[in-house]
Design a protein around this ligand. Sequence first.
Ligand SMILES: [Zn+2]
Length: 81
Amino acid sequence: MSAVVLESVLSCPHCAFASRETMPLDACRFFHECPACGTVFAPLPGDCCVFCSYGSVPCPPVQQRRAAAGLEAREPGAACC
Ligand SMILES: [Zn+2]
């Protein structure tokens, strides 16, 4: 069982600014305000949180689910939280 990563680098879909964010262990974040341009962005359709859509790693519940299913963290196909 691989360790859960709690830091994700979010890339703003508007200005591409990347910010390192710490994720809560058991919750998703639906909205994120870009610190550079102020754009508030939401998950893409089918994703549960901004980390799954725009982060370098998906949120902890998804990481755990994918690890349990034997999938790589970035591999598509695992259900979102
Ligand atoms: Zn931005």
